[in-house]
Design a protein around this ligand. Structure first.
Ligand code: CA
Length: 363
């Protein structure tokens, strides 16, 4: 912890040094010292472990790194705007910042889904690489520009679980008529396979599952799912999370207000979000296994792998949907071509590096 803090302080010193040079002539001294009190709305319950802590940590880092010049107050879903009202709140400028997942906004900007992740797509490391070093970030900013939003990557859940079921899935037949909470393109895949996808915010899932409003739900993975108590409402826990291979979270910033910030505060926000993007992934990697053992050993959850033929069919459907969506919308196509090319290239190398190594190690 101390080591981490020291690193942040070093980063702060470095950033201060850079921004002093860069801001010469850009900002008046008064502007550089003005204080900012911003409000950040999220799609998660307040202080929710893992993903919900990302905006809290960004707010703390920004306040420390800016020596109190910038304060960000974080609101949980429903405190100021509903979970799915975050994008509009930031777009309109009623709130300066938001924290959420891009795939929630598929109705407004269909290409936004690629910046969370798509079925059978990039893992956490891979989506970070595409975003930060493979052209993804520039495309993302282009997609959100018409909404007056400036996005920054801000957390990753790692590979998720397929989720909680009260019905066994032994064949594609069992998917027909299945009412499941599953957002994004994963939901479209389920629909084409005969299921009924539903989009509900996290806070409503336990009751929906327990009362039978839905037959199944995906959420994140063992660490988060345990906190919602899904094991008390469903019997089977299915993997793998083919629909969310490494979901990236987003920090949304109203673009006008971002551009009006002094340069050094922009660098502080960007650096804090980058640190938290990795920190959240590390937290999931460290906690998921322990939570899974508790679910299975203490709570008697039945861990199941989806049948191979069901996974294979979902993969065919997912690719069809991605191709069809791209053919319908030039913006989606532009993002899809970049994502697809990166995935082909990165997976060719991972086949002989990480994938081959993990296989050798775990055998
Ligand atoms: Ca999920």
């Amino acid at each position: 912890m101390n080591k981490q803090k020291n690193l942040y302080l070093l980063a702060l010193i470095f950033i201060s040094a850079c921004s002093q040079n860069e801001s010469v002539g850009n900002n008046s001294e008064a502007e550089d010292q003005k204080t900012f009190n911003w409000r950040l709305v999220t799609a998660w319950p307040k202080n929710y472990p893992g993903l919900g802590m990302a905006p809290e940590r960004i707010a703390n880092l920004v306040e420390e790194m800016s020596n109190g010049q910038m304060k960000i107050t974080v609101y949980g879903a429903g405190e100021q705007v509903p979970a799915f009202g975050v994008f509009d709140a930031v777009s309109s400028g009623s709130h300066q910042m938001g924290h959420s997942g891009g795939y929630f906004w598929k109705g407004k900007a269909p290409a936004a889904q690629f910046f969370t992740g798509v079925p059978f797509g990039l893992t956490a490391d891979e989506i970070n690489a595409w975003t930060n070093r493979g052209g993804g970030l520039e495309l993302w900013r282009e997609v959100y520009e018409p909404f007056n939003i400036y996005p920054i990557p801000a957390g990753n859940t790692g590979t998720q679980m397929f989720g909680w079921f009260n019905k066994e899935i032994n064949s594609l037949e069992d998917v027909r008529g299945l009412k499941m909470r599953i957002p994004g393109i994963g939901g479209e895949v389920l629909k084409r396979a005969g299921g009924i996808p539903v989009t509900l915010p996290g806070g409503e899932l336990f009751t929906a599952l327990q009362t039978g409003v839905i037959d199944a739900t995906e959420w994140v993975g063992p660490y988060n799912d345990l906190t919602f108590g899904f094991h008390q409402a469903a019997k089977y826990y299915y993997y793998p999370g083919w629909h969310e291979p490494g979901s990236m979270l987003e920090l949304l910033i109203n673009k006008d207000q971002w551009e009006a910030l002094p340069k050094h505060l922009q660098v502080i926000i960007d650096t804090a979000a980058k640190a938290v993007n990795q920190d959240i992934l590390d937290e999931y990697t460290a906690r998921n296994n322990r939570a899974l053992r508790e679910l299975v050993d203490v709570h008697g959850v039945e861990l199941r792998k989806l049948p191979d033929d069901v996974i294979a069919e979902f993969k065919v459907i997912a690719n069809d949907i991605l191709e069809e969506n791209a053919a319908k919308d030039p913006t989606v196509n532009k993002v899809y071509q970049s994502y697809k090319k990166f995935k082909e290239e990165v997976s060719a190398y991972h086949k002989v590096s990480e994938d081959a190594f993990v296989e050798a190690r775990n055998d």
